[in-house]
Ligand binder design. Structure first.
Ligand SMILES: [Zn+2]
Length: 358
């Protein structure tokens, strides 16, 4: 039988587990240190079923999301089992998250610098914030949010815990920032950072925005070395945050024709129902017939709106080349297990983050 090198590693790891230990899966994950652990472990056990381990093993999904793999219960049980094995979870002695949880991140093919859009998988938050909640003002436990950020930043390949972010206002303010504006994650945000977009030309200054249905946009002009992160909800878009973002980048030497834009996970047309006032706001912004992006529904005064399409259209009006704008096909509302969706959860939720760094 041919076993791939990865499966072999998994199988070797399984063999190393002392008999009779209950925290088999935590140990496997620690030994493998790979996000595909749950699927791979399942495969390895299938290759050579081990009666010692199989009865309590259950693969819940193939995302490398191991908490569900513990047939005995939730994260508390998992934590206790690991502690039984001498692996301490939250006291800093063992950085469990480093091995056990590697979140799935999404990246755009057209952006060549460090960047990522988060999902809600593979964090440590509980309850309605389960699990990778990166939102600062969500009401979630602050320590969990900090840990989630460490997990996310590490998955993005960003060293350190500081980045630029603010309290988003659904407005159109875009700030030009530098090293001084980096801060560790915290729910208390100085008022000067109340904004919906950030732009920089400095290296090692990660820029982040939060979303949970609204459209996150990451911008990169590689020749001038300028980046941006923008929260483009419908209100910010109606207030033309796109224009402020492009102008801020131009002020640092970026050429709009060379700016690449990645439009991340957000609520898509089939799910995004809006009223007349939103259609009117967008029509006056774009100055054109909105019908390709706003389809009338049967209910009076209701429309389905393609906000991602509108954001793309606006950036194109502002001088970006259409071929330089990539839309990631992911609807937050259609995939509530993978993404935070404000509408799906009725506001009981955490947040995604989108981040970019030169
Ligand atoms: Zn949808």
């Amino acid at each position: 039988m041919i076993i791939s090198p990865f499966k072999k590693k998994v199988y070797d790891a399984v063999k190393m587990i002392p008999k009779g230990r209950v925290s088999t899966y935590g140990r496997i994950a620690l030994l493998i240190g790979n996000p595909r652990a749950s699927r791979a472990v399942g495969n390895a056990l299938h290759v050579n079923p081990d009666p010692e381990h199989t009865p309590c093993f259950r693969v819940v999904n193939g995302e490398g999301y191991l908490s569900g793999a513990f047939a005995f219960g939730g994260r508390d049980v998992q934590k206790k089992m690991l502690e039984k094995d001498g692996i301490r979870v939250r006291d800093g002695q063992v950085d469990l998250k480093k091995y056990l949880w590697k979140p799935q991140i999404l990246q755009a093919g057209n952006i060549t610098c460090t960047h990522a859009f988060s999902t809600r998988l593979c964090g440590v938050s509980e309850g309605i914030y389960h699990s990778l909640n990166l939102g600062i003002a969500t009401g979630d436990d602050e320590e969990n949010i900090r840990t989630n950020w460490e997990i996310f930043l590490e998955a993005c390949g960003i060293i350190g815990v500081s980045f630029v972010y603010g309290k988003q206002q659904h407005g159109n303010r875009v700030l030009i920032v530098d090293e001084e504006d980096k801060r560790p994650v915290s729910s208390s945000v100085p008022e000067k950072y109340y904004a919906d977009g950030y732009v920089t030309n400095r290296r090692n200054v990660p820029l982040a925005v939060f979303t949970a249905d609204c459209v996150p946009v990451l911008l990169h002009e590689k020749y001038a070395g300028v980046i941006g992160a923008v929260h483009c909800g419908w209100r910010s878009t109606a207030a033309d945050i796109e224009k402020n973002a492009v102008e801020a980048m131009e002020s640092l030497g970026a050429d709009p024709k060379k700016i690449r834009a990645a439009i991340g996970p957000a609520i898509e047309k089939e799910c995004f129902e809006v009223g007349e006032e939103v259609v009117e706001a967008m029509t006056s912004l774009l100055g054109e017939d909105l019908s390709p992006f706003a389809e009338k529904k049967e209910a009076p005064g209701k429309y389905r709106m393609d906000l991602k399409g509108i954001v793309k259209w606006r950036f194109a009006q502002l001088g970006l080349q259409e071929k330089n704008i990539e839309i990631l096909p992911a609807c937050t509302m259609c995939e509530p297990e993978r993404f935070w969706s404000h509408r799906y959860t009725g506001g009981q939720r955490g947040s995604q983050a989108s981040i970019i760094m030169l």
